[in-house]
Design a protein around this ligand. Sequence first.
Ligand SMILES: Cc1cc2nc3c(=O)[nH]c(=O)nc-3n(C[C@H](O)[C@H](O)[C@H](O)COP(=O)(O)OP(=O)(O)OC[C@H]3O[C@@H](n4cnc5c(N)ncnc54)[C@H](O)[C@@H]3O)c2cc1C
Length: 393
Amino acid sequence: MKRIVVLGAGYAGMRTVKKLASSGVAAQIVLVNKNPYHYQTTQLHEVAAGTKEPADITFDVAQTFANKKNVQVIIDEVIRIDQDAKSVELRNNAPLQYDYLVNCLGFESETFGIKGADENGWPIIDINTALAARKHLEDTLKRYKTSHDPNDLRIIVCGAGFTSIEYIGELVYRLPRLAKEYGFPLNQVKIDCIEASPKILPMFDPKLSQWGVKYLEKRNVTFHVSTPITEVKPSAVMSNDKEFPANTIIWTTGVHGSHVIADSGYDQKRNRVVVTDDLRVNGLPDQFLIGDVSAVPNPSNGRLYPTTAQISIAQADCVAENLVALMNGQPTKKFVFNALGTVCSLGPKAGIASIDMFGHWNLKGWIAGVTKKFIADRSTLELTNIRTMLEGD
Ligand SMILES: Cc1cc2nc3c(=O)[nH]c(=O)nc-3n(C[C@H](O)[C@H](O)[C@H](O)COP(=O)(O)OP(=O)(O)OC[C@H]3O[C@@H](n4cnc5c(N)ncnc54)[C@H](O)[C@@H]3O)c2cc1C
């Protein structure tokens, strides 16, 4: 029997295995993930800000597939892929041979080589980093009562992309409670968001992103656009000669693909591989690469699609179908992506959204917040089952 190995139990990997397992394909499906749990990456900022607990956004990978006889789950870390031997090197287990490989190892934090970013910035890329960022923030705010150091009440968020804005939204929602709990003056908390490009949330209609910016500015957030970060010090962010002091520095400037991509000799850029139109790897016909390790050109303009959970799930559906086709000696199909829109939450009760379903909708306020919650529930359902979804909150 052929063996299909799927690496990574994120959106792309979970969905691929779920689809393959119920496809009736005559193959052994092996899913490798470094943690026993899947985490909803799109909600990590909530754990980092403390509005959600890890249990709210994680579920057990092996349990999800417990009733699927054709699925084996291995909890281990992938070190590299030996392309010639068609095997995956694991940290704790023997190398794993594959007939077909689906690589969905996801993203890591990008520092763009900026001095001190690794050492002094707190990234939000998985459960452990989200919890570490939260602990640092809470310890620092708590300390103010005895230190009276104004920098203990200053928070800098580096970058103004999705993760940064969603994190700030959760933070401004939670701060009043933290102020009561730790006895610090809420009106003296200062949040600075520092962004190199001239625009915040450029993927939205300017009126909508402006609404989002105003919403946060009213809650004590200051945006600094066209301000490239040149260095991160232990208690300050530098933009050339300008210094922004703070004792909490959140590093959410962007991501690149898993380091395993470069370590495994793929033709890559920032650990992303440009894939073929059926999501395979040029020159490696037994391999598919999807999710944040892949780079998919948009056929209408040649530019790469942004990496999102939405496109990861759509890619997984296409790959599962293509694997079944290959096993049956049939041709594969091209990947076609119909984006459903974009939602950016601003805390649990507000957001902005640009939706392309039954026409085009620009939404703001609580309705966008509800839309985000609906999407999070829906993606849980797409990866697992109704029970897991209902247990999530
Ligand atoms: C805070 C935040 C908010 C976001 N909000 C949205 C949103 O609203 N909408 C949206 O569409 N997208 C959003 N994104 C982007 C989205 O989360 C990613 O595009 C998506 O997670 C990519 O899915 P993936 O399956 O490729 O990778 P991942 O979700 O990164 O999953 C990779 C999996 O592989 C595992 N893994 C990694 N390395 C190894 C290894 N060496 N060995 C074994 N296992 C390994 C990881 O533990 C993980 O389980 C957001 C991202 C962040 C950080």
